[in-house]
Design a binder for this molecule. Structure first.
Ligand code: ADE
Length: 229
């Protein structure tokens, strides 16, 4: 898998990708992440990548030319499965979308800024528009990092215990059950006895029950009308 992220703030993105699991995934060659500074592609003598909007109105709009030049340069090198635009009016990102994206090869992600991008970019270059939630960030960079993180951890070999991603909250329309670690008692607060029973069957049943309870309480929309899976 390869992500090419187009941004006017590459420094905002370098942090999330240079630590921990995302760094290791790149070191192992499981994913490549490249940042492209949009200002390197503008022909404007003042290095501008935005302009006033036609028809008037507050807020600058990102211009089409540097974006076209950057995307075209990337596409001349390789084929892409998706050209994604991060925007608060895009399709809501969720675990099923992360799962689908984790099966793709090469993806371009364009991070928006200001009042947005010239609509002709969306009409002619973008294949998918993603929002990470109903709120407006200062730019698409943090949203792009969220999407890449959720997708990269699903690539086989990225998480050491390969099965663990299967049991994540949201993965099969259920939230994950509570987990505990040592000590078994802390300040008089004990862990559930069943977890010390050594009986795998009982532990599995307890986990399922707890996951169902949590889902009923917090995300009843995941369950059928009778409140069951
Ligand atoms: N850019 C600004 N806000 C955003 C959001 N909520 N999701 C994706 N990109 C964004």
């Amino acid at each position: 898998m390869r992500f090419d992220i187009i941004t006017i703030h590459p420094e905002l993105l370098s942090g999330p990708f240079s630590h921990s699991i995302l760094k290791r995934a790149q070191d192992k060659g499981l994913v490549e992440v490249h940042f492209h500074d949009l200002r390197d592609y503008t022909l404007d003598k003042h290095n501008r990548v935005d302009d006033y909007q036609f028809g008037g109105g507050a807020g600058m709009v990102m211009t089409i030319e540097p974006i076209d030049r950057c995307i075209s340069a990337l596409k001349a090198e390789r084929d892409y499965d998706e050209v994604i635009y991060m925007t608060p009016d895009g399709e809501q990102f969720d675990q099923p979308m992360a799962n689908r994206l984790s099966t793709k090869g090469n993806m371009i992600i364009l991070c928006g800024h200001y009042k947005g991008i010239d609509q002709r970019v969306r009409d002619h270059f973008i294949t998918k528009e993603i929002s990470i939630g109903d709120y407006v960030l200062t730019g698409g960079e943090l949203a792009a990092a969220v999407v890449c993180d959720a997708v990269i951890r699903l690539i086989p070999g990225v998480i050491s215990d390969e099965t663990s991603a299967l049991f994540d909250s949201h993965q099969d329309g259920m939230l994950a059950p509570p987990v505990y670690t040592r000590p078994a008692e802390y300040k008089g607060w004990k862990i559930p006895d069943v977890l010390l029973s050594g009986n795998e069957r009982l532990i599995e049943d307890w986990r399922h029950e707890q996951a169902l309870k949590r889902t009923q309480e917090r995300r009843p929309d995941y369950l059928s009308d009778d409140g069951m899976k």
